[in-house]
Write a protein that binds this ligand. Structure first.
Ligand SMILES: NC(=O)c1ccc[n+]([C@@H]2O[C@H](COP(=O)([O-])OP(=O)(O)OC[C@H]3O[C@@H](n4cnc5c(N)ncnc54)[C@H](O)[C@@H]3O)[C@@H](O)[C@H]2O)c1
Length: 401
């Protein structure tokens, strides 16, 4: 959208036909993009969503933003390979290709460059430019947008770096040029691993503090008043989305494969964060037990199914992991999430509205994501018991994570 806004002619090529149809109809499926913005872009006549690869012909700059999932713990780069093969057919001398997908260091030069060269008969550096620029989109963040968030840019050589930088300079407030594509690829993994490790730290701390009878949230709030050398992270039911549960493993996979060594911080953080849904369920079992109830047959109301506050993305969501475990143990699971679409949710989870009757009818309520849309007063006054994983409940019968 931004490229259209600043005057570029943009082809949005995607192999997913139904997504393309929706885009052509001016219907945005991306939460941060309003349909009105999409419609305005279509109206300029300079934006064309398509699933026909031939529309890529004649490109000056191509940006690859395809998925990079993990399959059984190993990076699946097949989408990057497929899109590089497509672009290679249309690559012309002087053009620029930029990879944005999150991936392990070395992908741009070791994987993308050879595919582009083989398919086009051209030589990287001599004939065309190639670079890497990591995404820093933070869905739902109203302060830091694509335009005002500094963007790291890199190229396989000086001319490539200049071409990549010039492209993003035409759209964004600030670019941060760095010399190598491997360093740019590592930058993204460092940023996400940093979050992942620090979240694991406070998660583990929260579990020990609960056993010690200490309020970890108060300690976190107090530590956060230190103006230097500390950064606030809060515990929760686990990490989700398409970045934190995936990206650090790209780094540990690369270290293991190239150096034969374990990236211990990443592996420890995975272990702690992946355990959190089980820990939430254990806490719930203990709470029900005090009331002489079993999870089997109890009615549990979950608040929030998305992986992140105020978004509707339930990919790899820890809340869904909690729901799965509860269902497996025989609980009846109801859930409230005004953002998540029903098609993303297991049909065994009953989606309901947050009202007094639902809250009062549940043996326990678990606050998993504190969407702004939730009226927590209802929860505080009507719930029999609340397990609060976000430190938002102030009164009534509740326990914090
Ligand atoms: N979404 C974010 O906020 C975000 C933030 C940082 C990094 N990333 C990274 O960006 C990459 C993409 O993430 P996403 O969330 O946009 O994924 P996504 O799955 O929402 O979108 C990727 C799109 O690529 C299309 N696609 C797949 N193969 C293709 C091909 N060969 N040619 C053309 N199109 C193809 C898919 O149909 C899909 O529509 C990942 O590497 C992710 O880690 C995303």
């Amino acid at each position: 959208m931004r490229a259209v806004e600043v005057g570029h002619t943009v082809v949005g090529y995607d192999t997913n036909e139904s997504r393309v149809k929706r885009l052509c109809a001016g219907e945005s499926y991306v939460e941060d993009i309003a349909s009105a913005t999409l419609a305005a872009a279509l109206e300029t006549g300079r934006y064309r969503p398509t699933d026909e690869s031939k529309a890529c012909a004649g490109f000056d700059v191509a940006v690859i933003t395809v998925p990079t999932p993990l399959r059984e713990g190993s990076p699946d780069l097949s989408y990057i390979e497929a899109s590089a093969a497509t672009l290679a057919r249309f690559l012309r001398p002087g053009a620029t290709v930029i990879l944005e997908s999150t991936t392990y260091p070395g992908t741009t030069e070791e994987l993308v460059a050879p595919i582009l060269e083989a398919g086009s008969g051209l030589t990287v550096g001599t004939d065309f430019h190639l670079g890497y620029s990591p995404e820093r989109i933070d869905p739902g963040n109203p302060t830091w947008t694509l335009v005002n968030t500094p963007k790291v840019v890199s190229g396989v050589d000086e001319a490539s770096l200049a071409a990549v930088k010039a492209f993003y300079d035409s759209m964004l407030d600030r670019t941060v040029p760095i010399t190598g594509t491997r360093e740019a690829e590592l930058t993204k993994l460092l940023e996400n691993t940093f979050r992942h490790v620090n979240i694991a730290l406070v998660n583990e701390l929260a579990m020990f503090a609960a056993d010690l009878g200490i309020n970890v949230w108060e300690a976190i709030d107090a530590a956060s008043t230190k103006p230097f050398g500390y950064m606030r992270f809060t515990p929760g039911p686990g990490v989700g989305g398409h970045c934190l549960p995936v990206d650090p493993s790209y780094l540990s996979w690369r270290v293991k494969r190239s150096l034969g060594q374990s990236f211990r911080f990443v592996e420890l953080a995975n272990e702690v964060n992946e355990h959190m849904p089980d820990y939430v369920v254990r806490r719930l079992v203990y709470a029900l037990n005090k009331d002489r109830k079993a999870l089997n047959g109890s009615k549990i109301l979950l608040l929030g199914l998305a992986y992140k506050k105020n978004t509707g993305d339930a990919r790899e969501s820890a809340a869904i992991a909690v729901a799965d475990r509860l269902l497996g143990l025989g609980a009846t699971v109801h859930a409230v999430d005004p953002h998540v679409l029903a098609e993303q949710v297991d049909t065994r989870i009953r989606l309901v509205d947050l009202d007094r009757e639902e809250v009062a009818g549940a043996d326990a309520v678990v606050l998993l994501i504190d969407h702004d849309a939730f009226d927590l007063q209802i929860v505080e006054t009507a719930a029999r018991y609340v397990l609060d994983t976000r430190n938002r409940i102030q009164r009534g019968c509740f326990e914090r994570l």
